[in-house]
Design a protein around this ligand. Structure first.
Ligand SMILES: [Zn+2]
Length: 350
């Protein structure tokens, strides 16, 4: 090839690589899936996995090879800096599974006339790279609400095959399987993750901290638990496990309507497997808070010595419990079944 032709050829290949990297959704080769793993993706308690890797982590996705014990950034683009602010890094963005499809949320920061920058969230299908949703304000929002609002999607919660919840600041959308807006909920708090699916019904916590149930027309009605104000919670079994305005850990039984108190001073919940991890602040003594483990099956409640005095990212993946410390030293710690001991430590490799 002549010099010019070679240059053009290289430019063409580079632009193809760039396009693939920008969309971050190139088709996988050699029978490997999107992240170079094996088999189909599945959702395990909110954690992605396939036959080779488990995937987890905050702003940058990590992958953990369960056979070799290798922990790495979920991006194999050559020369990538894996910076969490680099939109071309494959590990950048929030990945999730909806209706069996691997999807990605990407945030774009744009500068509006007048200098105010704004974050807009988009949803993509990973196998085709197709953009299927661009976030916008609900029609009912006033100009004032739009001016002070945000178009970033804070929490994504796939509720069922035909219900994908997108939690934004003071509003929420429920999308159907074709990514059309099915319900708009505009009486939410700011990025409240209080959206639940139980027995084919959608429930959510509104800005007055009440539990509401949506009917199929999108009309919401308040449900018991009494006059209790719910600040956080999650479903386990037939119960909604909540903290209320008095920071009391309670359970609300969907079937019987019964409300039970389990512990005082319980905030900052993390649910994993059959454990609820929470923080017990010690306001009067001004001492460090205690991290507690509450067994959702047995009701056993104990101080979790291993965690120290701050809540940790606890995961339950493939019948095992893990802690991931993404802030200090990027280590994945595999725990014993009762969470009292560290059994294995895996370090992040390049
Ligand atoms: Zn990367």
């Amino acid at each position: 090839m002549e010099g010019n032709t070679i240059k053009k050829f290289i430019a063409l290949i580079l632009s193809a690589i760039m396009a693939a990297a920008l969309c971050g959704c190139e088709n996988a080769q050699n029978g490997e899936n999107y992240f170079g793993g094996k088999g189909e993706f599945s959702d395990n308690d909110g954690v992605l996995r396939d036959d080779k890797y488990i995937y987890f982590g905050g702003n940058l996705l990590k992958k953990f090879n369960t056979e070799t014990g290798t922990l790495s950034i979920a991006c194999e683009i050559p020369g990538c800096d894996h910076n969490e602010n680099n939109p071309n890094c494959k590990a950048h963005g929030k990945y999730f599974l909806f209706n069996g499809k691997l999807m990605k949320k990407v945030d774009e920061i744009i500068s509006n006339p007048g200098g105010k920058s704004e974050t807009i969230s988009y949803l993509y299908l990973c196998d085709t790279g197709k953009q299927v949703f661009k976030n916008d304000y609900p029609d009912s929002f006033t100009d004032e609400e739009k001016k002070t609002g945000s178009l970033s999607i804070g929490i994504i919660k796939p509720l069922s095959e035909d219900n994908l919840a997108l939690v934004c600041s003071r509003f929420m959308y429920i999308l159907d399987k074709d990514f059309n807006i099915k319900f708009t909920i505009s009486d939410m708090g700011s990025y409240s993750g209080g959206i639940y699916f139980y027995d084919n019904e959608i429930y959510y916590i509104d800005k007055l901290y009440r539990l509401l149930k949506l009917d199929e027309t999108g009309k919401a009605t308040a449900v018991n638990p009494g006059s209790m104000k719910i600040t956080e919670g999650e479903i386990y079994g037939d119960k909604l496990w909540i903290s209320n305005e008095d920071q009391t850990l309670c359970s609300y039984d969907f079937k019987s309507g019964e409300i039970k108190e389990h512990a005082k001073n319980a905030v900052k919940f993390t649910f994993a497997g059959h454990y609820l991890e929470y923080l017990k602040p010690n306001y009067s003594e001004n001492e460090n808070p205690e991290v507690h483990l509450f067994d959702l099956d047995t009701g056993e409640n104990k101080i979790w010595e291993l965690a120290g005095d701050n809540t940790v990212n606890l995961y339950f993946i493939g019948e095992k419990y893990y802690i991931y410390d993404g802030f200090k030293d990027n280590k994945l710690l595999e725990l014993s079944a009762d969470l009292s001991e560290i059994q294995n430590v895996y370090e992040l490799s390049d």
